[in-house]
Design a protein around this ligand. Structure first.
Ligand SMILES: [Zn+2]
Length: 161
């Protein structure tokens, strides 16, 4: 088996007016939050899917089904921690993660250092190994109409000897 493996994850959640906005493990002040069975942290979900995919361990819905009461309104940081536990149980460690958040609003650049620190803490990795980038979709499509947030995540993991 290869020592290095890459993974890719994608997730999208729609906005709802009566929800807090959780993104990358932190709460961000905004007039809308994201709708979902869990806290709807779309960034963490995309990251978990990338990690699981890299390790060949299916996807987030397989491990944490949205039909389960256990995961209703759950803090997605718990899902991320459990995902890292699963990887480490399979002798994998994170190389780096590169994450792109597509959102028309809110502006994220001032939040990025906090998200990096938060995720690094949950994952027990260096914050320099987690890159977060923010972009808009130039007012086109569902992101452009501010109907939701989409996140793409790439990761590299490696097998520890
Ligand atoms: Zn999700």
């Amino acid at each position: 088996m290869n020592k290095f493996r890459i993974g890719f994850g994608f997730d999208v959640h729609s906005f709802a007016s009566d929800r807090p906005l959780w993104l990358g493990g932190i709460q961000i002040m905004h007039e809308k939050g994201l709708l979902g069975h869990s806290d709807a942290d779309v960034l963490i979900h995309a990251l978990c899917d990338a990690l699981l995919g890299a390790a060949g361990l299916r996807d987030i819905g397989f491990h944490f089904p949205d039909t389960s009461e256990e995961f209703k309104n759950i803090d997605s940081k718990i899902l991320l921690k459990r995902t890292m536990d699963l990887l480490r149980a399979n002798s994998y460690e994170l190389g780096n993660a590169d994450i792109t958040v597509c959102a028309e609003k809110p502006r994220l650049s001032s939040h990025i250092p906090h998200i990096q620190i938060c995720l690094a803490d949950v994952m027990h990795v260096d914050s320099e190994d987690i890159s977060i980038k923010a972009t808009t979709s130039e007012k086109m499509g569902y992101v452009g109409r501010e109907e939701g947030i989409a996140v793409y995540a790439s990761v590299l993991i490696y097998r520890k000897e």
